[in-house]
Write a protein that binds this ligand. Structure first.
Ligand code: PMP
Length: 397
C-alpha cells in the first residue's frame, strides 16, 4: 500500500490519462478517513452543538471541540478560534483586533508577497480608519528586503506577513521578522496557509501574536480553518460577528459575551468540517512531515531545473525550508494554453495570478503556470510532467 492509496480521487482518470494532481497549493486531496468521518457524522450523529442535552447534540459538540483540541495540541497553542479558513481568520484580526486597537495615523506593515486575503482586509480597515499601509519590497532573489522591513517598522502597530509564498514557495525569515516586530512594539500576524501543510509549527515557540491557516491545504475539508491567538492579543479582541453561541446573556438592554473562543464563533459552526479536520490531523500524525518536505523540495528543485533547460523562466529559488511550488512561464506558449494541453494529458496545474497581484506586478508578469507538489506526489510524476512539457513545447512553440 502506498500513501497515495489512501486518497480515492487519485485513482481516477482525467481525459483518458491517470490523474496527476499538482494543484496542491490551491487545495489538497482528502484521504478516505476524512471523507468517512464526515459521512459518519451526518449518518449517525448529526445535531447542533452546545445547545441540548440529548445524546446526538453531545456527540456533535464533542466532535467539534475535539477539533479544537487537535489544533491546540498540533500547534502548541492556547487559543484557537475556528473560522471558515485563512481568509476569515485574517478578517477576524482586522475586525476583531484592528477595529479595537488601531486608529488614524497608525501603521500596518505588509509585504509585496502577500495573498489578497492578507491585503484587502487591511485596505478596507485603512480606508475606514485613516491607517497607513507600508509594503516591504520583494528583491530579485525572491526574498523580502529585510533592510526595508526594519525601516518600515518605525511606528508600526501591526505586521502581517506570509510565512511561505503560494506563488514562489519561498519561506520567509519569519523568526527574525517576529523578533524585529516585537522590538518595534508591533504585533505580528503570520499567514501560514502554505506553511502548515509542510511543517509542524509550534505557535508558542514561534512567538507570533496571530497565525491563520486553512484545513483544506492539509488534507482536511474546505470551509474550515483557524486563528491562533496569543493570550494578551486575545484579551484585546472584540467580537466581529454577533449571534447565538457567542453570548453569555442577552436582554433587550444589551448582551454579555463568552470569554473563551466561542466569543468569536457566532452561529451554528462547521461541525462536519471540524470532524473531518480532526480525521486529517489523525492521518497526518502518522506521516513523517519533515522527510516528505525534503523529498518534495528535491522533486521541485529537479522540476525547476528541467523547466529552465527547456527554456522556461522559473519564479522561485527552492532552497532549504521552501515549499515544493514551481511557478513558471514559457516564452512563447500562453500559460492558459499550456495548462489546457497539460490537462488533456491528465495533469492538474494552476494558472493565473494566484491571488497575489502585487507580487506578480513586482515580477513584471500577469500570471504563472504553477505546479505544486504534496505528500502523495512522486518523482515519477514530475518526470511524466516534464515529458508532457517537452511534448507540448516541441509541437507548439
Ligand atoms: N494565504 C495564502 C498564502 C494562501 O495560499 C491562501 C489560499 N490560496 C490563502 C491565504 C487563503 O486561504 P483560504 O482561501 O483557504 O481562506
Amino acid at each position: 500500500m502506498s500513501l497515495k492509496d489512501d486518497f480515492p480521487i487519485l485513482s481516477r482518470e482525467v481525459n483518458g490519462h491517470p490523474l496527476v494532481y499538482l494543484d496542491n497549493a490551491a487545495t489538497t486531496q482528502k484521504p478516505q478517513i476524512v471523507i468517512d468521518a464526515m459521512t459518519q457524522y451526518y449518518s449517525n450523529s448529526n445535531a447542533n452543538v452546545h445547545r441540548a442535552v440529548h445524546t446526538l447534540a453531545g456527540e456533535a459538540t464533542e466532535g467539534y471541540e475535539d477539533c479544537r483540541r487537535w489544533i491546540k495540541n498540533w500547534f502548541n497553542a492556547q487559543r484557537a478560534v475556528l473560522t471558515s479558513g485563512t481568509t476569515e481568520a485574517i478578517n477576524l484580526v482586522a475586525h476583531g483586533w484592528g477595529r479595537a486597537n488601531l486608529q488614524s495615523g497608525d501603521v500596518i506593515v505588509l509585504t509585496e508577497m502577500e495573498h489578497h486575503s492578507d491585503i484587502v482586509p487591511w485596505q478596507i480597515l485603512a480606508e475606514e480608519r485613516g491607517i497607513e499601509i507600508r509594503y516591504v519590497p520583494v528583491l530579485d532573489d525572491f526574498t523580502l528586503d529585510m533592510e526595508a522591513y526594519s525601516e518600515s517598522l518605525h511606528k508600526a502597530k501591526l505586521v502581517c506577513v506570509v510565512h511561505t509564498s503560494n506563488v514562489l514557495g519561498v519561506r520567509n525569515s519569519v523568526d527574525e521578522m517576529i523578533t524585529l516586530a516585537h522590538q518595534a512594539g508591533a504585533k505580528i500576524l503570520i499567514d501560514a496557509a502554505q506553511a502548515v501543510p509542510h511543517e509542524r509549527i509550534d505557535f508558542e515557540h514561534l512567538n507570533a501574536d496571530f497565525m491563520a491557516f486553512s484545513a483544506h491545504k492539509m488534507c482536511g475539508p474546505t470551509g474550515i480553518g483557524a486563528l491562533l491567538v496569543k493570550n494578551d492579543a486575545f484579551e484585546q479582541m472584540q467580537p466581529f460577528m454577533g449571534g447565538g453561541d457567542m453570548i453569555e446573556t442577552v436582554s433587550t438592554s444589551g448582551s454579555t459575551y463568552q470569554t473563551n473562543e466561542h466569543k468569536f464563533e457566532a452561529g451554528t459552526p462547521r461541525i462536519a468540517e471540524a470532524i473531518g479536520w480532526s480525521a486529517a490531523f489523525e492521518w497526518m500524525s502518522k506521516i513523517d512531515l519533515p522527510a516528505h518536505h525534503e523529498r518534495l523540495l528535491e522533486i521541485a528543485k529537479w522540476t525547476a531545473e528541467q523547466l529552465r533547460e527547456i527554456g522556461c523562466t522559473v519564479y522561485g529559488r527552492h532552497q532549504s525550508g521552501d515549499a515544493a511550488v514551481v511557478s513558471f512561464l514559457h516564452p512563447t506558449i500562453h500559460s492558459e494554453d499550456f495548462a489546457r494541453f497539460l490537462d488533456a494529458k491528465g495533469f492538474a496545474v494552476r494558472t493565473g495570478h494566484h491571488c497575489a497581484q502585487p507580487l506578480l506586478n513586482r515580477l513584471g508578469i500577469t500570471g504563472t503556470i504553477r505546479a505544486s507538489f504534496y505528500l502523495y506526489n512522486s518523482q515519477q510524476e514530475a518526470e511524466d510532467l516534464i515529458k508532457a512539457v517537452r511534448y507540448i513545447v516541441e509541437r507548439f512553440a
